[in-house]
Design a protein around this ligand. Structure first.
Ligand code: SF4
Length: 255
């Protein structure tokens, strides 16, 4: 009964209805953009919506620029993300996992999303997969404290399910801004989802691993996610080869 009254009151409030419509349109358009960009599936929309899409894209660009001018440090961005409620994952998370590390090696490693241990502690890659990553890095003489590690999503998807397209779309600006502040010389993407998000295209892991890619001019290397290596030990050798190639480039660039 109370809900019925509330809906009825909302229905008579034109400005609220307009606002609600805009929010829903914006979410739908953001989702369509993501599907187009990452999965290369064009969904036909009528010309009226295309016009709205154009306006909202400009609005979104302005909004991102506003955020950039308001947030001038990585710490300020972390503060903003720590209270984010943009997608439904905020309801089930225990902690936001923003990212951690230093810019000493000018390398940023990007995974998919926090798992259970990361959600508990608020730190990236601290579970079994994280321990494996630390060992792999140390095998090529990279100290974990000298690099920066984060994820595409800052909150854990329940039950460690794959991130949904709209969750990735909602969280995207944060990763872009994070990389703006970090200004890495190299990026290592762990797994296909991180690679698709950064490179805006769909490929096989083989194509991602063997191809040359860049994100806004920064070279991007792709290898298997450590969780996948725990499930498929046969991929450890190719992952090791990937890391050795990356290390050679890091030494050449930073030495
Ligand atoms: S996953 Fe990203 S967009 Fe969603 S609530 Fe967390 S920080 Fe916000």
């Amino acid at each position: 009964m109370r809900d019925g009254l509330l809906i009825s009151a909302m229905g008579t409030c034109k400005s609220y209805r307009t606002l609600l419509t805009e929010i829903i349109r914006k979410d739908v358009i953001s989702y369509l953009d993501f599907i187009d960009q990452v999965y290369h599936e064009k969904i036909q929309i009528d010309p009226d919506i295309a016009e709205i899409k154009y306006k909202l894209k400009n609005h979104r660009t302005e909004k991102i620029e506003n955020i950039i001018t308001e947030i001038s440090t990585l710490e300020q961005l972390e503060q903003t993300v720590s209270v984010c409620t943009k997608c439904a994952l905020h309801k089930t998370r225990k902690n936001v996992v923003f990212g951690k590390g230093s810019d000493k090696e000018k390398l940023v490693i990007i995974g998919e999303a926090p798992g259970a241990e990361e959600d508990e502690t608020g730190e990236p890659f601290v579970g079994k997969a994280g321990q494996l990553l630390t060992k792999m890095l140390s095998a090529i003489d990279i100290n974990r404290d000298d690099i920066y590690i984060c994820n595409v999503l800052k909150c854990r998807p329940p039950g460690n399910r794959d991130p949904l397209a709209d969750e990735i779309a909602m969280c995207s600006n944060y990763l872009d801004l994070q990389l703006e502040f970090l200004k890495p010389k190299y990026i290592l993407a762990l797994g296909r989802i991180a690679a698709m998000r950064l490179l805006g295209k769909q490929s096989t892991m083989k194509e991602f691993r063997e191809g040359e890619h860049n994100y806004r001019g920064i070279p991007v290397h792709v290898t298997y996610h450590p969780s996948a290596l725990l499930r498929n030990p046969n991929w450890k050798y190719p992952a090791w080869e990937d890391l050795k190639r990356l290390k050679e480039l890091l030494d050449g660039k930073n030495g």
